[in-house]
Design a protein around this ligand. Structure first.
Ligand SMILES: [Zn+2]
Length: 367
């Protein structure tokens, strides 16, 4: 009886001891886990949590969405129908940037309005050169470069033409830059971001060249040829007894009828679009980027349109309507107002729909 009592006591003490030890271990585990989480956060590892991504423009946001998937809340600052050079720096935008893990911007002088916002946001992580700063233009072949500090070409575009969103070829480079940014702030999900990037790039290639050519030669080879302007020469070759041009699909096929045609434009918004789809922009309503048209310059453009039988003028829809309409009335040229960005008009919700719309509109209005 006494022995049984002692045994019972022993068992109880052992249980208490186990509970105590276990309790201590769990406390240590919990402490370690908190410590690990803090360290992980310091290193930008937010596996399992949601990233907060802010983009300057809607086009970058839709690409970021493709790469970040469900891992991020993505917002953008400039509205799709706004002039990207002049966005009023509202205090609410600074608040938006305050808690961002990633700030995705062109990285040229397009968002000159953003420096005030960044100053007010006090978020060191998203400053230029820091882990949460993404410049989507890194690696893009910049058109219309000017000498550093040279303002003879106007007050904007001082680093060359910043309207890189208008060519799908550039989206692939943007996607790469966004992927690198995501992998820096969330290394645990690198594989996921790389997979999404590859899927996005494949989708761009197929939309641009069509399935047939992509399956035969791969999107990278085709893109290189398009970029160094040997693509159409290549399509003139025969493959298995048939000209390769017959295998062309996608946007390049749809835009093929207007390759080589001359147009005028209001601002240098469309340089990359023109380069990819073969339009020749011979004059601008603005004498220089960011400088409003003078009466004399408008007269010069009117004469140019008449002399060269130009039928189409491309105007980003945020510009004033008066001068384009006056030029239309005097020459018969079609002033085609186009949204420059995603959500620039209600039904355009992503970059693919935007290019569909541009090509369809240009195709049906050019002669
Ligand atoms: Zn511009």
């Amino acid at each position: 009886m006494k022995l049984q009592y002692i045994n019972k006591l022993l068992v109880i003490r052992t249980i208490i001891l186990i509970l105590l030890v276990y309790g201590q271990t769990s406390t240590i585990d919990a402490q370690q886990r908190t410590q690990q989480r803090t360290q992980a956060r310091r290193h930008g590892d937010r596996s399992g949590t949601t990233l907060n991504i802010v983009c300057s423009f809607s086009d970058y946001a839709t690409i970021a969405k493709e790469i970040a998937g469900e891992n991020a809340e993505i917002s953008f600052i400039a509205r799709g129908e706004q002039d990207p050079h002049f966005v009023p720096p509202k205090p609410s935008y600074a608040m938006q940037l305050k808690n961002a893990n990633l700030w995705i911007t062109t990285g040229m002088d397009l968002e000159m309005w953003s420096s005030t916002l960044l100053d007010k946001a006090h978020n060191k992580q998203i400053m230029d050169g820091e882990i949460g700063f993404v410049s989507v233009s890194d690696g893009v072949s910049i058109l219309q470069k000017v000498e550093k500090g040279d303002r003879t070409e106007g007050d904007v575009h001082l680093m060359g033409n910043p309207h890189i969103n208008t060519s799908p070829l550039n989206w692939k480079i943007m996607a790469e830059n966004i992927t690198i940014g995501l992998m820096k702030v969330d290394p645990a999900n690198s594989e996921y971001y790389r997979k999404n990037r590859d899927a996005f790039i494949d989708r761009v290639d197929r939309a641009l060249f069509g399935d047939k050519l992509v399956d035969m030669f791969g999107g990278e080879t085709l893109s290189k040829m398009l970029d160094n302007q040997t693509f159409f020469e290549f399509l003139d070759k025969e493959y298995k007894g048939e000209k390769l041009i017959n295998d062309l699909g996608g946007w390049l096929k749809k835009a093929y009828p207007f390759r080589g045609k001359k147009v005028v434009a209001y601002h240098k918004n469309w340089a990359y679009l023109a380069e990819t789809f073969g339009l020749e922009i011979i004059g601008y309503i603005e004498p220089k980027p960011g400088i409003p048209p003078s009466a004399k310059h408008v007269q010069h453009i009117i004469q140019m349109i008449k002399d060269q039988n130009i039928t189409l003028m491309l105007v980003a829809s945020y510009f004033e309507k008066k001068s384009p309409q006056m030029i239309e009335d005097k020459t018969g040229v079609k002033a085609l107002f186009l949204p420059l960005f995603v959500e620039g008009v209600p039904r355009i919700n992503n970059n693919f729909q935007l290019v569909d719309y541009w090509i369809e509109q240009i195709g049906s209005n050019i002669n």
